[in-house]
Structures are given as structure tokens and as C-alpha cells.
Design a protein around this ligand. Structure first.
Ligand SMILES: Nc1ncnc2c1ncn2[C@@H]1O[C@H](COP(=O)(O)OP(=O)(O)OP(=O)(O)O)[C@@H](O)[C@H]1O
Ligand SMILES: [Mg+2]
Length: 264
């Protein structure tokens, strides 16, 4: 499925501001893997996602999907295969467009080029069904401008838009971090439901340790641009937050420092 081989990324190379964001990262995701990702601020988590989605290119190494190298492809060429939800609820949707126009845009992304952007009756029905499944009452607001939705509602819509064309890879970058606890829990539950139902291969960065353990079938930990730990389902199953943080400290030699850290 997704494979990263010896991926390295430096910012501002050969200057006083040189920053090593990723060092020789190797990662192989199997189809349907739901991987939670934790690590200190600046560990390289977002950079990893940016390199997979094509927002930036790596300096060395290779990224491939199903054995095909995609490292040379620009972001828009990868967007058919890669769905993404960001931390900022404003980032994934267009505020001046209606809910159904946003959905039509996301739907079109997953299709061959040249399809009309118009919302036909068939599509409207399909969008309504999809929105209904979120169970948060947006189904009667298809014509509402997305800018009028709450942060939680926008994030639910972003999640739907990122997933309803069944991408090969779903990238979630702390997508609940900007929400209040109740809304964050709702988005987490929806994420878990959608990922399991569609069997999406997913990388989810989270600052919530309990979530990192509870969700998915695999957990990776990053520190200073490296993957320092990779727990499989069995190892994760009986893990406690204390053990997880203890392991991090043992391997990295320092405490996990994440300004948004939530233990559970
Ligand atoms: N565009 C950029 N220009 C220069 N340095 C950058 C850039 N983007 C990231 N970095 C640096 O690369 C390193 C990795 O950053 P990244 O955003 O990937 O970390 P992160 O693990 O997502 O952290 P956080 O938990 O704070 O979101 C950091 O030292 C960061 O300052
Ligand atoms: Mg980040």
C-alpha cells in the first residue's frame, strides 16, 4: 500500500536555520492499517503528512502507493488517492460555498476530469444520504453556506469530504485538536466509524494518548524526525498511557513534550 523508503527532509539546508525535519524514515502501511501517530512538537509528524500528500517534496528517499512511485507528482495529482483533514476546521472547506457545493467539489476530486460541477438531483440525493449518516442534523442544511457552520460541524464535513470517494490513504493531522472536548469526541467517533466501515488505510496524528492507544491497529511514535517506535495491535491492546510515555522516555532519552498533550 503506502511505502516510504529512507525519506529525509531538511529545511533551509546549509544555513544557520537548517532544520532536520525527517531523517531516513521508513514506513510501510498495509491495506486497512489504521495507524495513530504521536510525538513531541517539531518531531516531523506534519512534515511526514506533507510529503505523503505532495505539499512538499522530500530531499531524499521514495514515496510509493501500491508499488508506484508518487514522489514526483504534484499535490493535485495525488488528491484522487489521498484524503486529508487538517487541525484547522477552516482549512478543509470553502466557507462561501454551500454544503452541497463543497461536497460536489470533493466528489469531483475523486473522479475523472471533465465532470460538471453542477449538483444534479441524483448527486443531491447521494450527498443528503452521506450527510445524514453523520447524524448531526446537517442534512436539512445542504444549501447553507459552510461559513455558517460551527467548528465541529465543519470538521465533520471535512471528514466526510476527505473520505467519501474512498481514498487509498487518509491523513488526519490532529484534526480534533481545535475543538472542545465534546465536539472532539464526536469527530473521533465519526472518524473511527468511517475508517472502519470503508477500511481506509489511515495515518492519524493525535496529541491524545488515550486515543492513540484505543484507536486503530498500530501506533507509531516520532522523535526528532525519526520513527522511534512501532507498536502492532497485540502490543497496543493492553498498553497504558503510563507505559506508552515510559517507553517514549526510555527510547528517546527525554519526556514527550507536546504543548497540546492530553493523557486521556
Ligand atoms: N516550512 C518550514 N520551514 C522551516 N522549518 C520547518 C517548516 N515546516 C516545519 N519545519 C520544522 O521542521 C520540524 C518538524 O516540524 P513538523 O511541523 O513536521 O512537526 P510536528 O511533529 O508536526 O509538530 P507539532 O506537534 O508541533 O505539530 C520542526 O523543527 C519545524 O520547526
Ligand atoms: Mg504538526
Amino acid at each position: 500500500m503506502l511505502q516510504l523508503k529512507n525519506v529525509t527532509k531538511l529545511f533551509n539546508p546549509s544555513t544557520v536555520n537548517e532544520k532536520i525535519a525527517l531523517v531516513d524514515v521508513n514506513l510501510h502501511l498495509h491495506p486497512g492499517d489504521f495507524v495513530t501517530v504521536i510525538g513531541s512538537n517539531g518531531a516531523g509528524k506534519s512534515t511526514l503528512m506533507n510529503i505523503i500528500s505532495g505539499v512538499m517534496k522530500s530531499d531524499a528517499g521514495e514515496v510509493s502507493i501500491d508499488g508506484n512511485s508518487i514522489g514526483h507528482l504534484p499535490e493535485f495529482r495525488r488528491s484522487r488517492w489521498i484524503g486529508r483533514v487538517f487541525q484547522d476546521p477552516m482549512a478543509g472547506t470553502a466557507p462561501h460555498m454551500t454544503i452541497e457545493e463543497n461536497l460536489a467539489m470533493a466528489y469531483r476530486r475523486g473522479q475523472a476530469r471533465g465532470l460538471s460541477i453542477g449538483v444534479t438531483a441524483d448527486k443531491r440525493k447521494m450527498f443528503r444520504e452521506q450527510i445524514e449518516r453523520l447524524g448531526i442534523g446537517l442534512d436539512n442544511r445542504l444549501k447553507a453556506k459552510v461559513g455558517t457552520l460551527s467548528g465541529g460541524e465543519r470538521q465533520a464535513l471535512s471528514l466526510l469530504m476527505a473520505t467519501f470517494t474512498k481514498p487509498k490513504i487518509l491523513l488526519l493531522d490532529e484534526h480534533t485538536a481545535a475543538l472542545d472536548p465534546a465536539r472532539a469526541e464526536l469527530i473521533t467517533r465519526l472518524t473511527d466509524e468511517i475508517v472502519r466501515e470503508l477500511k481506509l488505510t489511515t495515518l492519524m496524528v493525535t496529541h491524545n494518548m488515550e486515543q492513540a492507544i484505543r484507536l486503530g491497529n498500530r501506533l507509531i511514535m516520532m522523535d526528532k524526525g525519526r520513527i522511534i517506535l512501532d507498536f502492532d495491535k497485540e502490543r497496543k491492546q493492553h498498553l497504558t498511557v503510563e507505559e506508552l510515555l515510559g517507553e517514549f522516555e526510555r527510547i528517546s532519552g527525554h519526556k514527550l513534550s507536546d504543548e497540546r498533550l492530553v493523557l486521556g
